[in-house]
Design a protein around this ligand. Structure first.
Ligand code: G4F
Length: 347
């Protein structure tokens, strides 16, 4: 008989990929609504629903605590009170943000946590209440400690998508400058398509447990930007420091530009690059009150115990995102030319 899965946060990036993945495996998938846990009697619950933007959590700390912390407790309590603990497995979306001010490099399942934002503090509660319900009541509840994972459907205000969208807009002449926060922070970036497979594998284990899901490679934000532009043949060089750092166009590989962006856009982009080669600036408004400077996960346990091996590397991820955003922005550009208004998104 087909298994049933319940996904909170089904409309987000991970929820969308996970639903698609499980449906292909023959699951009946439900998205969260009130009282649905009792009605759908899920074999598996994926608790992805959260206020997931770290910077925004400083603006709405109480809402974040309620959704990300107490929200997790509500799911665990529902399963316990409904007497479903022996039939329903729970996946808790934990995060590398728990490591915050990192106590060890790379971070493993045993590295102590040091959260640095209201988001991470709320997720710390979610992590430990999951462990507690497992130990106290015998629930099959596991934490996936996922490092940053991105895709073409990543929210527009997370750094990866902000960069690939801006790049697409810049090469098509729809935007002049990309304004960024801390260019020096380092993240271990993977593709969300790979990471939802790890969520699934975690729930297929006989014994519930906690797993780091990461690529084992860390990259600076600055380098992510450089590689994104390089994908379209544009070489960016960074100079200056702190708030005065800038990124300027230093060369254009015209063959690559034509292949990736299109011949029609080359001449106007060359004129723009000559007139104003500066494409990246820092805006301190994007700085966070407390920053997480370095995240680097050690995926050994998930590789050995789950057999999880990601298919995408960073360049594969960036290529997927840049290709998709170029298409999207070309569509927006046509809409604009046709007199329709389009929207941009800011953090
Ligand atoms: O893309 P980000 O906003 O992701 P962050 O804060 O690492 O959190 C994401 O990954 C976590 C997993 O580790 C999740 F738990 C969480 O829900 C979320 O999905 O920022 C990445 C880095 C930060 O250091 C930030 O300060 O990029 C830096 N950054 C520099 N300029 C920027 C910007 N981030 C954003 N969003 N916008 C900027 O302009």
């Amino acid at each position: 008989m087909a298994k049933t899965a319940l996904i909170t946060g089904i409309t987000g990036q991970d929820g969308a990929y996970l639903a698609e993945f499980l449906i292909k495996k023959g699951y009946l998938v439900h998205g969260i609504k009130r009282r649905i846990i009792q009605e759908s009697k899920p074999d598996e619950i994926y608790n992805l629903g959260a206020m997931s933007h770290v910077k925004v959590s400083f603006d709405v700390p109480e809402y974040t605590a309620n959704t990300d912390g107490i929200g997790t407790l509500r799911i665990l309590e529902a399963v316990r009170l409904l007497g479903m603990k022996d039939n329903t497995r729970i996946y808790q979306a934990s995060t590398s943000e728990l490591y915050g001010l990192v106590q060890e490099v790379p971070q493993t399942e045993k590295t102590p946590f040091y959260p640095r934002s209201p988001y991470a503090v709320a997720k710390l509660y979610g992590y430990w209440i999951t462990v507690n319900y497992r130990e106290a009541y015998g629930l099959h509840a596991s934490n996936g400690i996922l490092f940053n994972h991105e895709s073409p459907i990543r929210g527009e205000t997370f750094v990866s998508r902000k960069v690939t969208r801006a790049l697409a807009r810049i090469v098509l002449g729809m935007q002049e400058t990309l304004f960024m926060g801390n260019l020096s922070s380092k993240r271990d970036w993977g593709h969300a398509k790979d990471y939802v497979k790890a969520m699934y594998l975690i729930l297929q284990q006989a014994i519930p447990d906690d797993y780091v899901i990461a690529t084992g490679i860390t990259t600076e934000v600055r380098e992510f930007i450089r590689r994104s532009f390089a994908m379209t043949g544009i070489e960016i060089t960074f100079s200056g420091e702190g708030e005065n750092e800038t990124g300027t166009i230093t060369s254009i590989d015209e063959t690559l530009f034509n292949e990736k962006v299109g011949k029609d856009h080359l001449e106007s982009f060359k004129i723009r690059a000559k007139k104003n080669p500066l494409v990246v600036k820092v805006d301190p408004a994007y700085y966070r009150p407390t920053e997480v400077d370095l995240l680097l996960g050690d995926p050994t346990k998930s590789r050995v115990k789950l057999g999880w091996i990601p298919e995408y590397d960073l360049d594969g991820l960036i290529l997927d995102m840049v290709t998709s955003d170029l298409l999207l922005m070309k569509r927006e550009s046509y809409l604009r030319k046709g007199g329709f208004s389009t929207y941009n998104y800011f953090e």
